[in-house]
Write a protein that binds this ligand. Structure first.
Ligand SMILES: Nc1ccn([C@@H]2O[C@H](COP(=O)(O)OP(=O)(O)OP(=O)(O)O)[C@@H](O)[C@H]2O)c(=O)n1
Ligand SMILES: C[C@](O)(CO)[C@H](O)COP(=O)(O)O
Length: 228
């Protein structure tokens, strides 16, 4: 892969309402440190030269600085301020991308992302300009209709994960638009700008911590990993 600068934009500007805790989930400690520190560590393990940008709620920026001191967390990173939705948080973070290169956008609450998945996404984006990790559906699927519901062909659908990696010019111009409710991830923004997105294999461990159950799973997986 040619050595373009690699930016990693970690979005952690949300409030974690579905977790039902006062403290936003990205700051909750699991397996010895806050979720967000595990996430940053995963990217540094992949490549220590990545340029990290972390998007945080304005209300918790001092809190994060205090946490970094408390945990002696010294991974270099820039801070951007979160917005009303994930889209707005990403857009704020992208303002700190100041040279051409590749930009990975990753949920701060996906701390179990593996080096293999990060590498596969960067490699695919280096050739295709836009790449995202996906997983096949495991369970049977049904679709609601007017009369009830009906089974659908699960092979036509997939789960979408992060990191979603893009050529910087492609993602910067894609995000220069007003917010649309259809923008549930970065791939949807880039595709709306007319650029196709390449799908690469994700990893089942790479869950997004959303509910208290996810926190238990994430902690168990982290504790089970022997190499960190
Ligand atoms: N305004 C927002 C909303 C979300 N995110 C981030 O986007 C990621 C995925 O979003 P989600 O899991 O939906 O997080 P929250 O919005 O915090 O959760 P909830 O929807 O339960 O409130 C998280 O790392 C979250 O911090 C963000 O940076 N800014
Ligand atoms: C970006 C994402 O992680 C892809 O699965 C997801 O869209 C994040 O937000 P959501 O609110 O949980 O859909």
């Amino acid at each position: 892969m040619n050595e373009l600068p690699k930016y990693v934009l970690i979005v952690a500007g949300g409030r974690g309402l579905r977790m039902g805790e006062q403290l936003p989930k990205q700051f909750i400690p699991i397996a010895g440190k806050p979720v967000l520190m595990h996430t940053l560590d995963a990217f540094v393990r992949y490549d220590a030269s990545v340029r990290l940008i972390v998007v945080l709620p304005e209300s918790h920026q001092q809190y994060w600085q205090d946490l970094c001191r408390e945990y002696n967390f010294s991974v270099p990173h820039q801070i951007a301020t979160g917005g009303e939705t994930r889209f707005h948080s990403v857009r704020n973070g992208l303002k700190l991308v100041n040279s051409s290169g590749l930009v990975a956008i990753h949920d701060g609450v996906r701390p179990l992302v593996t080096t293999d998945v990060i590498d596969a996404c960067f490699r695919a984006a280096a050739s295709d300009k836009a790449a995202i990790p996906v997983l096949p559906m495991i369970d049977s699927l049904r679709e609601y209709n007017e009369t009830g519901s009906m089974p659908v062909d699960r092979t036509r659908y997939c789960y979408v994960q992060t990191p979603q990696v893009f050529d910087s010019a492609t993602v910067l111009s894609a995000y220069d638009v007003p917010f649309d409710e259809c923008f549930t991830d970065d791939a949807s923004v880039v595709e709306a700008s007319g650029h196709p997105v390449t799908l690469v294999a994700g990893n089942r461990e790479n869950i997004k911590i959303t509910t208290p159950f996810d926190l238990l799973i994430a902690e168990a997986v982290l504790k089970g990993r022997t190499n960190i």
